[in-house]
Design a protein around this ligand. Structure first.
Ligand SMILES: Nc1ncnc2c1ncn2[C@@H]1O[C@H](COP(=O)(O)OP(=O)(O)OP(=O)(O)O)[C@@H](O)[C@H]1O
Ligand SMILES: [Mg+2]
Length: 357
């Protein structure tokens, strides 16, 4: 159920332009991780490198015993089958119906019968809320539906790893909130390892188990959500709070004089906002990758900002957590009757997250 990706010392350049160097991180199996970074820092290049579409100059991408950049072509082809990818532009075939678009990887990579293909395609369309739109062409549906169709296509081969590049670009906040809920519910259901690239700070603050930030050709930080949301590191702090105050400027880096001017004006970044509770599955399943609210802070002696883990209804999720967990069905335990219990007093936080935004 989901596999770990271990990246070691990864460096990528195009000609003389270094995109990022010495990137090392472990993306935990079955968890949801989000990758952030100013535009042009190489997030899409990173995803394409993970799936083997771009070859890094140096470094390793370990998936189990296999080191992706150094695999012979045939093994790389096999390993790619572990991945489902939703590219930044959706990349649907304009002349094919949604059904045929989503069926494409199955017809291309498997020998399944047409009735089996149909069963799988309809199952995935149901998962992303697209049942009934099978015969539509990509040009006839909204941007949000196209994203979900791309997602259904990324899911048909039952991936162990799901890479998603800016699923929310061009979507309104409500659709983004719904799409986030789709990701969380999917993760609870299929337990795959998710890596989502996004520019949406609310998504980054409330959806993932882990957050990474690419900045100035390096991975500035990667770790549990609570670690980054309680971090005082100026770049991380500025980015995750969408603040103008800090080292990041319009052209990625402010120069010395801008920083000096800010210091003279007495701008200080102020107090950290509360850490919102994490968005929960709405399908009654317990995500295996989810951690107890406040657990990372407690284990690392970090005092979370006041008001952390309290949702819009005023519930403190540190206190609610044990009761919530005991009322949920763990991943894989959902019987034929479907998902299990609902937490009393639901809905859980979301879809737009909780306090502290
Ligand atoms: N195939 C390529 N050949 C040459 N340069 C490339 C190629 N692909 C990407 N680049 C360059 O790599 C840099 C990073 O691009 P990338 O698309 O990964 O950025 P990004 O972080 O995804 O940005 P955005 O948030 O705008 O999507 C850019 O300067 C881009 O021009
Ligand atoms: Mg990109």
């Amino acid at each position: 159920m989901g596999v770990e990706i271990r990246v070691e010392g990864l460096t990528k350049s195009f000609g003389r332009q270094v995109i990022w160097q010495d990137v090392s991180l472990t993306i935990p199996a079955g968890e949801i991780s989000v990758l952030l970074g100013p535009s042009g820092t190489g997030k899409s290049v990173f995803l394409k490198s993970l799936v083997g579409l771009l070859k890094p100059d140096r470094g390793h991408i370990w998936i189990g015993e296999r080191d992706l950049p150094h695999l012979p072509e045939a093994q790389l082809y096999e390993t790619r089958k572990l991945f489902g990818v939703l590219f930044q532009d959706g990349a649907l075939f304009g002349s094919m119906s949604l059904f045929d678009n989503i069926a494409f990887p199955l017809r291309e990579h498997t020998r399944k019968s047409e009735s089996e293909v149909k069963r799988i395609v309809l199952e995935k369309m149901d998962m992303v809320g697209l049942l009934g739109a099978e015969h539509k062409l990509p040009g006839e549906i909204s941007g949000g539906m196209r994203k979900r169709a791309g997602l259904a296509r990324a899911l048909v081969l039952d991936p162990e790893i799901l890479l998603v590049d800016e699923p929310d670009s061009g979507l309104d906040p409500v659709r983004t909130a719904f799409l986030n809920q789709v990701f969380i519910d999917l993760n609870a259901q299929i337990g795959a390892t998710f890596l989502i690239v996004t520019h949406d700070i609310n998504t980054a603050r409330t959806v993932p188990d882990n957050i990474g930030l690419l900045y100035q050709r390096h991975l500035a930080m990667f770790g549990p959500r609570e670690m980054l949301l309680s971090s005082e590191e100026p770049v991380v702090r500025q980015f995750l709070n969408a603040s103008k105050i800090g080292p990041i400027g319009m052209s990625e880096e402010k120069d010395e004089s801008e920083l000096e001017a800010e210091a003279k004006m007495g701008h200080d970044p102020g107090k950290l906002p509360p850490i919102p509770p994490q968005q929960m599955p709405s399908n009654g399943l317990l995500r295996s990758g989810m951690h107890a609210p406040g657990a990372w802070c407690a284990a690392h002696g970090v005092t979370p900002p006041p008001g952390s883990f309290i949702d819009d209804l005023g519930r403190d999720w540190v206190a609610e957590w044990p009761r919530y967990v005991s009322s949920m069905t763990p991943v894989g335990a959902a019987g034929p009757g479907g998902p299990g219990g609902q937490f009393p007093g639901s809905p859980p936080p979301g879809p737009a997250g909780g306090a502290g935004r």
